[in-house]
Write a protein that binds this ligand. Sequence first.
Ligand code: NAP
Length: 232
Amino acid sequence: MASTMNRAYTTVVLAMSADGKITDRDRTAARFSSPNDLAHLETVVAAADGVLFGAGTLRAYGTCLSVRQPELVAQRRAQRQPPQPVQIVCSDTGNLDPRLQFFRQSVPRWLLTSPAGAQRWQPPGEAFEQILPTLTTPTHWLSMLQRLKAMGLERLAVLGGGTLIAGLVEQDVVDELYLTVCPLLLGGQRTPTPVDGQGLKADLALRLRLVQTSTSNDEVFLHYRRCHPQGD
Ligand SMILES: NC(=O)c1ccc[n+]([C@@H]2O[C@H](COP(=O)([O-])OP(=O)(O)OC[C@H]3O[C@@H](n4cnc5c(N)ncnc54)[C@H](OP(=O)(O)O)[C@@H]3O)[C@@H](O)[C@H]2O)c1
C-alpha cells in the first residue's frame, strides 16, 4: 500500500445489485439505486476536490454528477472549496462525443488520456480545461495521483466503472470504498462488477476494514477502508 501522504486520496463509490453487478447486460446507465443512495453519492462527491470516472461511464450516462443540494453547495463554500469539484474523465482513446450533455454542464472538466488521445482535444479550452497525458499504458496511478495532489486535488471520488477501478485496485491505490447493495439481481457472466480487469490472485487480494454499515429500506450501505499492513 503506497502512502497517501504525497498523493490524492481516493474514495470509490458504487451501487451494486445483490449479485454484485454495477449495471445490466447492455451496460446501460445504472439507475437501480434509491433516491437515498443518490443523496449519499452526492454527499461523497461534494466532499471531493475531484471526481474520477471512466469513458464507459460517461458514454452510458452522458452527464456527470454535479453538486446541486443547496446545503452541500454551502458546505463547499464554507470550506473555501470551488462550487464544483473538477470532473476528470479517463479515456485512453480520447474518443468522446462532444455533443454529450456533459460538455454543456457548468462544471470544470479535465481529461486524463494517452498522448494520442490528447491530440484530439488540443488545445485545452472550453471542452477540457486541463489535459493530463498518461505517460505509460496502463496508467501509473501513483505518479498520476501525486500529480493531481500537486495540482490541488487532495481528495478524489472515484465513481466507476469497473474497468477504471480495476486499474486502481491492481496498483493498490484505493483508500476507501462506499458500496451500496441494492435489492435486485441482474446476472450475466460479462456484466460489469465493481472491479473488473484481470483480477488478482487470492494471496494478493486487497484487504479492507469495515468502518460502518447501515440499512435504509431494502438497501445496505457499506463503508470500507483499505487495511494497511501495519494494522491501521
Ligand atoms: N452502479 C454504479 O455505481 C456504477 C457506477 C459507474 C458506472 N456504472 C456502469 O458501468 C458501466 C461502464 O463501466 P465500464 O467498465 O465499461 O467503463 P469505465 O471504467 O467507466 O470506462 C472504461 C473506459 O475508461 C477508460 N479508462 C479506464 N481506465 C483508464 C485509464 N487508466 N486511463 C485512461 N483511460 C482509462 C477507457 O476509455 P477509452 O475506451 O475511451 O480509451 C476505458 O475503455 C456503465 O454501464 C455504467 O452504467 C455503474
